[in-house]
Ligand binder design. Structure first.
Ligand SMILES: Nc1nc2c(ncn2[C@@H]2O[C@H](COP(=O)(O)OP(=O)(O)OP(=O)(O)O)[C@@H](O)[C@H]2O)c(=O)[nH]1
Ligand SMILES: [Mg+2]
Length: 325
């Protein structure tokens, strides 16, 4: 327990090694570590909630890492402390595509006011997001006032990131034509700011055209927040152009949400639904580990797979076995 006590004060002092250690504890699946991690979070809770949490998503290769490096450096130059976390739904398969980023974001990684944490390889997206939420709280306790949560745009992970951040930035590439890059409506509706990257060199004009196309499409899209109209900007992460415009918009967004009350309401709703998803995770883990369930699982799965037993009936039997009726 005394190690946790030291860890607490070191994290509160902003010690990045202690923060990394705390996150490792959070990522551990050992039951004794889970207890220590829960204790750590509870003790640090009063020091959390202070940062601006920003989600960043986009297709592979759009320039997320390059942008985070440029934007992170820009924010630090303006007096902020910046933590970068990743929700990587591919990590379970590939062992972590973002893992190489700490070396890629070299100019950011060396700054004292930066903390970069690649995502842990989790077995499920739920597992990864759970740890990212907790890591985010730890970063806040360590005094990072801006937290960038990166995810590759490949489906559910955007929703997960939107559910733990205050604002969501969707990155796109310059593209000819008006097909709007086949971006799903649901993803556009998550975005507070659409950012067309690579507005440089030969693609510069195309980026401006893409910006115009998205602006024209926006009236048909339901904005994510009542008090903020989705906006579209261009930038060049490579040439570090457009960072001030993105930051101005993010600050305007923060003010708008704060003034309308949406800021606090969103945080409260996020915390409440997190409680329920945690409850579901805990129950499911316990259920899967119960001997009565284990005894039934393979035969039920086999019968469901071959279409002999309805999935609903099998699920009911598993729960009944777990509850012991
Ligand atoms: N011209 C130009 N190239 C860029 C810009 N931003 C990124 N790139 C290049 O695009 C490629 C992909 O950039 P990354 O930052 O790795 O993209 P990413 O979105 O993080 O990619 P994943 O991590 O694979 O999803 C690299 O070769 C970058 O140098 C930009 O603003 N302009
Ligand atoms: Mg990347």
């Amino acid at each position: 327990m005394s190690t946790t006590q030291n860890l607490v004060s070191d994290i509160l002092d902003g010690d990045r090694r202690a923060l990394a250690k705390g996150i490792t504890l959070i990522e551990s699946t050992r039951p004794d570590h889970r207890d220590l991690a829960a204790n750590l979070l509870e003790v640090l809770m009063p020091a959390t909630g202070t940062a601006f949490r920003i989600g960043i998503s986009g297709a592979p290769g759009v320039g997320k890492s390059t942008f985070i490096e440029a934007f992170g450096n820009y924010l630090i130059d303006n007096g902020h402390r910046v933590a970068v976390l990743a929700v990587d739904p591919t990590s379970a398969v590939s062992g972590g595509a973002i893992l190489g980023d700490k070396t890629r974001m070299q100019t950011l990684a060396v700054r004292d006011a930066a903390f970069i944490r690649p995502s842990a390889a989790g077995a499920t997206l739920g597992g990864v997001t759970r740890r990212t939420r907790e890591s985010l709280l730890l970063c806040e306790a360590a005094g990072f006032d801006i937290i960038l949560v990166e995810t590759v745009g490949v489906g559910q992970s955007e929703t997960a990131v939107a559910s733990m951040t205050d604002a969501f930035l969707l990155m796109l590439l310059p593209a000819a034509g008006d097909d709007l890059q086949g971006i799903k409506r649901g993803i556009m509706e998550l975005a507070d700011i659409i950012l067309v990257n690579k507005a440089d060199g030969e693609q510069r004009n195309m980026a401006f055209q893409t910006r115009a196309d998205y602006r024209a499409a926006l009236p048909f899209i339901q904005p994510r927040h009542r008090s903020w109209k989705t906006s579209v900007s261009t930038c060049s992460a490579l040439e570090q152009q457009g960072m001030d415009e993105v930051w101005e918009k993010l600050q305007a967004l923060r003010h708008a949400l704060t003034d309308s009350g949406e800021w606090l309401l969103q945080r409260a709703d996020q915390a409440r639904s997190w409680m329920w998803s945690e409850t579901a995770e805990i129950l499911l883990t316990e259920l899967r580990e119960a001997p009565e369930v284990i005894a039934l699982v393979s035969s039920l799965e086999a019968r469901v797979r071959c279409g002999e037993l309805p999935a609903t009936v099998a699920a009911q039997r598993l729960v009944q076995a777990y509850l012991g009726d």
